[in-house]
Design a protein around this ligand. Structure first.
Ligand SMILES: [Zn+2]
Length: 338
């Protein structure tokens, strides 16, 4: 089969690889209905993470189960499933508390930018639908697997409530999903920080009420102006740079929460500054498994359409072009067809 491998910064190839097989009795093999490229795939692509051996790329997936190991009980061949990019048993204490992304048996999914993928701990990781979903819902169901689940977690961790004033820092795919999530949670005001017209328009479509195009201190000043100099009730940080994290902290009012889901690179905090700021932070890899049933239901009943976030569709063979387009910000998020 054709699968996506990253050999080094800027070097992504679709090449012939062996099909995955059941390695453990708790594994499942799925045939992907579609795959996609994640913003986090750009960290190694841009050289921010060292690559010591070729990486089997791809961690967002949904599709049909084709085989299961002897111990798998909750899913069977022929079923359509969505899974989290974090592999979890869904039974350990952390899973029970709803933090499946800190599972005692945690693994990170890989190899899903390919037609077939192996999913470890299938019982704990996958959720099946009652019937096969219609084709037009595939992009939205795929989005649930990571990008929507992560945006949702940012809003959940920031404790967005009905009536909240919410700021979303970052207009990438996750930030846009954060806007959609805050809207679903009943936020009254959702302020998206974005400088790009196409992304601003999508943010408004997903439920943003205001746009701030300024960045850094100027962006914070604009936000303060909008909130009687108080700041926001909840802030979603969806980038992971030092600048975006500082912007998030300064936009949050004392007593509020920041949900941060951009993988931090080069971010450091000053203890005393944090102490006197009186702002809470909860982030990390999203426990998407906690949200899967609810988010899949919202998609299947057509209450949300997160698949709108894909603005470029390519065949898997052109995956290198997809990475380039996201790296150059020519595309928000790329859907890969098998
Ligand atoms: Zn667990």
């Amino acid at each position: 089969m054709l699968a996506t491998m990253m050999y080094g910064p800027g070097d992504v190839r679709a090449e012939e690889r062996d099909e995955p097989t059941i390695l453990k009795p708790t594994d499942a093999i799925i045939r992907l209905s579609a795959s996609c490229i994640c913003g986090s795939d750009l960290w190694p692509y841009r050289g921010s993470n060292p690559i010591t051996a070729p990486l089997a790329m791809g961690h967002e997936y949904c599709g049909i189960v084709v085989a299961v190991g002897s111990e798998v009980k909750s899913v069977k061949p022929g079923q359509f499933v969505v899974g989290s990019f974090c592999i979890s048993d869904n039974t350990c204490p952390h899973c029970q508390y709803g933090f499946q992304s800190s599972c005692e048996q945690r693994e990170f999914m890989s190899g899903a930018q390919a037609p077939l993928a192996r999913v470890p701990l299938a019982d704990g990781t996958l959720v099946a639908t009652d019937e096969l979903p219609p084709d037009d819902l595939i992009p939205s169901l795929l989005a649930v697997s990571d990008v929507l689940g992560t945006g949702w977690y940012a809003a959940d961790a920031a404790r967005v409530q009905p009536g909240s004033t919410v700021v979303v820092v970052g207009d990438g795919a996750v930030g846009l999903m954060g806007v959609l999530s805050a809207r679903q949670m009943g936020a009254a005001r959702i302020i998206a920080m974005s400088r790009h017209k196409a992304r601003q328009e999508l943010a408004l479509e997903f439920g943003a009420t205001d746009i701030i195009a300024e960045r850094g201190d100027a962006g914070v000043a604009e936000l303060k102006k909008m909130t009687r100099n108080v700041g926001a009730d909840a802030v979603l940080e969806c980038v992971g740079t030092k600048e975006s994290m500082m912007q998030a902290l300064e936009c949050a009012r004392p007593g509020s929460m920041i949900g941060y889901v951009g993988v931090p690179h080069g971010v450091e905090f000053d203890g005393q500054q944090l102490f006197f700021a009186q702002k809470g932070m909860l982030g990390g890899p999203a426990p998407v498994r906690r949200f899967l049933p609810q988010l899949m239901d919202l998609v299947l009943t057509r209450k949300i359409n997160p698949g709108r976030v894909f603005d470029l569709e390519l065949p898997l063979a052109d995956v290198a072009r997809g990475y380039r387009a996201m790296d150059q910000r020519e595309a928000i998020k790329v859907l890969l067809r098998m």
